[in-house]
Design a protein around this ligand. Sequence first.
Ligand SMILES: N[C@@H](CCC(=O)N[C@@H](CS)C(=O)NCC(=O)O)C(=O)O
Length: 210
Amino acid sequence: MADDLILWGTGTSRTMRPHWMLLELGQEYITRPIKARTGETLAPEFRRINPRHKIPVLRHGSFTIAESAAIVQYLADTFPSPSIHAPVDAAGRAVLNEWCYFIMTELDAASLYTVRRHLGLKHIYGEAPTAVDAAKKYFAHNLEAMAPRIGIETPFLLGSRLSAADILLTTCLDWAIAEGLALPDSVMEYRRRMTRRPAYRDAFARNYAD
Ligand SMILES: N[C@@H](CCC(=O)N[C@@H](CS)C(=O)NCC(=O)O)C(=O)O
């Protein structure tokens, strides 16, 4: 077991992302299976690792990085693989970033997390039915706008190889389904292809072990 890669966090769509990328890249790593809202992220030892007390967090040797999107991009850059698309040229990187920022800001933070905060976690963040309804509509609007570009002309978002953007999008689609949101048929078909990948299945087993 390689002890220079340690991943903190299991149990959510956000923590699923680095598990999946690590397994796509064939990296061995240690899992610290701490979970959200158990008090584990508030422990002084973990707050020294991430003062924002959020999972996931990755440690690679002496380097520590949080934010699921930053972690999956870091991994793809650090462990180059012929099966992963991780462009270094400015235009290629900008297109990858466009997808990653779109997914993380419009789908994850503005839509799905709003629904989660004010529906499943309303005992913490308060009830806000108007905001939940608007967030669901906003998610549907964004996804419908992008659906013609998702897995129709090419198997992955960016051509013939998986990228960080596919991992971020698929985990958002899983999350949307868990929140009861409907997805366009073509997007469902894309998700089915992604979730059939052995690394996705292995990551799912590790991330949702208990
Ligand atoms: N934007 C961050 C969000 C991280 C986040 O909110 N993580 C939640 C779990 S999904 C968490 O750690 N919550 C801490 C807690 O509630 O104890 C990312 O994508 O990594």
